[in-house]
Design a protein around this ligand. Structure first.
Ligand SMILES: [Zn+2]
Length: 302
């Protein structure tokens, strides 16, 4: 035993060294892959919220969406703002009752199921307040703008947000008419009357994300209109620390797994700690209200 001990010790030492080398190699490989992928889907030149002089951390946020699951694009920001002390208010203009059922319910039951899914989303977003209206899914643009604007104004008056998150009014992020109509209703309303809102954070993508989405997302490819494009990204939110919650928010939409695989490719297959270190930023076109930007908004209003 005494003679064998050095041999065993050497074997043990060699084993530990081997495991250590493999671990270092794996970590190094993942780090390099992470770095490459990060630069593939992010634009580091877009100012981070923490370094953008035009940006003020919100005290209260009203996020206005057309459908349940639209919040996925900004879920990391919503959680980050909540963690920083902001109150979060979610407004959905439809119940998304015309979307896929995921085989979980019949068509008549989808609206109710999606409201239940949203209740979980609201809890995950730090007990956000939740309002779900019942305007028609996929036909939101049949609802007159003043009707939607009175609904939005009511939420603005009760939630009193200083920051509003919404879709752009030209493309609706990826060409969905409901998105663009909700963005138009919101922007035109705030141009007329700020309702105390200080800044409008319009959801957008950086150019590298657009290039990637055109390659990997069939929906985006079919609907994106280069001549319209998206508003330029002027603000980036770092969301990596909240990736785990963002993934839970994605998965809360049980009926929409196919859609989520399309808008968040591979999210169900890749661990959140890695995925959201690649897709680690959410992008906005930030409009400060009550400044010269108001004028340009009015000039481009239809
Ligand atoms: Zn949508």
């Amino acid at each position: 035993m005494i003679q064998c001990a050095p041999v065993e010790l050497r074997a043990l030492t060699t084993g530990i060294a081997c495991i250590g080398s493999v671990s270092v190699a794996i970590i190094a490989t993942l780090s390099v892959a992470n770095l490459i992928l990060f630069h593939l889907v992010n634009d580091p030149t877009v100012p981070l919220s923490s370094r953008n002089p035009d940006y003020a951390s919100p005290r209260s946020v009203l996020a206005i969406f057309a459908h349940p699951d639209d919040e996925i694009m900004v879920a990391g920001s919503l959680v980050a703002w909540r963690k920083a002390g902001a109150s979060i208010h979610l407004l959905y203009l439809t119940r998304g009752e015309d979307g896929p059922t995921g085989g979980l319910v019949n068509r008549d039951g989808l609206g109710d199921l999606r409201e239940q899914e949203l209740a979980r989303v609201a809890r995950l977003t730090g007990d956000a307040s939740l309002t779900v209206l019942r305007y028609p899914d996929r036909r939101l643009d049949s609802v007159p703008l003043p009707t939607l604007q009175s609904e939005i104004a009511a939420r603005l008056d009760s939630a009193r947000p200083d920051t509003v998150v919404c879709f752009d009014d030209a493309l609706g992020l990826y060409g969905h008419p409901d998105h663009a109509w909700s963005g138009r209703a919101t922007r035109e309303l705030l141009v007329r009357d700020r309702h105390g809102v200080r800044q409008l954070a319009v959801m957008t993508l950086c150019d590298r994300q657009i290039a990637l989405a055109l390659k990997v997302s069939r929906t985006f490819r079919e609907r994106f209109r280069p001549e319209t494009g998206l508003p330029p990204a002027t603000l980036a939110m770092r969301i990596a620390p909240y990736g785990n919650v963002k993934k839970k928010i994605c998965l809360a939409h049980r009926s929409q797994r196919a859609v989520i695989d399309d808008v968040q490719p591979l999210v169900t297959h890749v661990p959140a700690w890695f995925y959201y270190r690649v897709f680690s930023r959410e992008y906005y076109n930030l409009i400060r209200l009550g400044t010269d930007r108001d004028v340009s908004m009015q000039e481009v209003s239809p």
